[in-house]
Design a protein around this ligand. Structure first.
Ligand SMILES: NC(=O)C1=CN([C@@H]2O[C@H](COP(=O)(O)OP(=O)(O)OC[C@H]3O[C@@H](n4cnc5c(N)ncnc54)[C@H](OP(=O)(O)O)[C@@H]3O)[C@@H](O)[C@H]2O)C=CC1
Ligand SMILES: O=C([O-])CC(=O)C(=O)O
Length: 355
């Protein structure tokens, strides 16, 4: 019976996950194995990257996955060498990163985590599938994604993403609550920019029940101040309340981000993801990773959405997030092959989790 069933299955997909013993992965891996992302006819191999520090825990994670008896999960492997774990990866979900603790400067974090993503970029470049889709989650995710793609010159820069889908989901939630509608009535929600407190949740282009948000929520002060700040700082508030950063909702948003690339985007709608800006139609600086509105045919690829409108409020906010990312990029020049780093970050910006 099982054999009959597996005959109609697609070819095995290899999904590599770093930080696989961490909190986000502990939710995500079980969703991946259950078929939530790729569907019930897609067998999957999970390749889990850990470190000396986490290898015992990773053995435990692999045991739990095996004990769950997921029919679609055909292989679980663990290891600490990215050149082994990333071999033939069709997807690389880069979640592991040093968390920012008390007294750690943002510049130091950029450097420490940047080293990780430079090494992983090199490993992907050497051994992953030539069409690998990379989603960088570990913070600061936009600049980590830039470092990663710069170290993978033989892969398409277009296939590298920084996760801003959690921010999109948070923004949709706030708009739905304010308008008194269910979440699925909110569409065309763009997060522009950095996954930091400079991110710009775009209420100008978003829609509620197919109508412009500003027609449904006639409260500019709420949109410009309360809504925007709530979304920007949501991660930090959650850490204050729960004592740890969003893990379950982040895993859900990774599933959403992947599904958005493997299923056609509904007509007229779009999704947000942090992608390489070179060639973008909006006038955003080239050569950074910036969250923008995208559509996909469901083939793993995407196109930037062209028909968005801008006003001064939106554009000025976008420029602030752009300036932050350009400053972050200067901090990691030594990791992107662009000479000596010079780190002079705007002082008032933070990761969503920092408050
Ligand atoms: N983009 C987004 O929307 C979001 C991003 N995040 C980010 O995702 C990342 C992972 O979060 P989460 O799973 O909750 O974190 P955890 O602390 O649970 O796990 C992080 C993993 O990072 C790895 N790591 C790499 N370097 C270090 C280091 N120097 N010290 C400690 N751990 C290290 C560890 O794995 P190992 O030892 O195997 O390398 C660890 O298991 C963080 O960077 C977080 O800020 C979180 C929420 C939302
Ligand atoms: O700063 C963090 O680790 C948490 C984070 O990114 C978020 O909740 O958006």
């Amino acid at each position: 019976m099982q054999d009959e069933k597996t005959k109609s299955w697609k070819k095995l997909v290899n999904v590599a996950v770093s930080g696989a013993a961490g909190m986000i992965s502990n939710h995500l891996l079980f969703k991946l194995a259950s078929g939530e992302v790729f569907g019930q006819d897609q067998p999957i191999a999970l390749k889990l990257l850990g470190s000396e520090r986490s290898i015992q825990a990773l053995e435990g994670v692999a045991m739990e996955l095996e004990d769950s008896l997921y029919p679609l999960l055909r292989e679980v492997s663990i290891g600490i060498d990215p050149y082994v774990i990333f071999e033939d990866a069709d997807w690389a979900l880069l979640i592991g990163a040093k968390p920012r603790g008390p007294g750690v400067e943002r510049a130091a974090l950029l450097d420490i985590n940047g080293q990780i993503f430079a090494e992983q970029g090199k490993a992907l470049n050497a051994v992953a599938s030539r069409n690998v889709k990379v989603i960088v989650v570990g913070n600061p995710c936009n600049t980590n994604a830039l470092i990663c793609l710069k170290n993978a010159p033989n892969l398409s820069a277009k296939n590298f993403h920084a996760l801003t889908r959690l921010d999109e989901n948070r923004a949709k939630c706030q708009l739905a609550l304010k308008a008194g509608v269910f979440y699925d009535k909110v569409s065309n929600m763009t997060i522009w920019g950095n996954h930091s407190t400079t991110q710009v949740p775009d209420f100008l282009n978003a829609k509620i029940d197919g109508r412009p948000v500003k027609e449904v929520i006639d409260d500019t002060k709420w949109l410009e101040e309360d809504f925007t700040i709530t979304v920007q700082k949501r991660g930090g508030v959650l850490i204050q309340k729960w004592g740890r950063s969003s893990a379950a909702s982040t895993a859900v948003s990774i599933v959403d981000a992947m599904r958005s690339l493997v299923t056609p985007t509904p007509e007229g709608d779009w999704f947000s993801t942090g992608v390489y800006t070179t060639g973008n139609p909006y006038g955003i600086a080239e050569d950074i990773v910036f969250s923008m509105p995208c559509r996909s045919k469901g083939d793993g690829d995407y196109e930037l959405v062209k028909d968005v409108i801008m006003d001064d409020f939106l554009w000025n906010r976008i420029k602030k997030s752009e300036a932050e990312l350009i400053a972050e990029k200067r901090c990691v020049a030594h990791l992107t092959g662009e000479g000596n780093a010079f780190c002079d970050l705007p002082g008032d910006t933070m990761l969503p989790g920092e408050m």
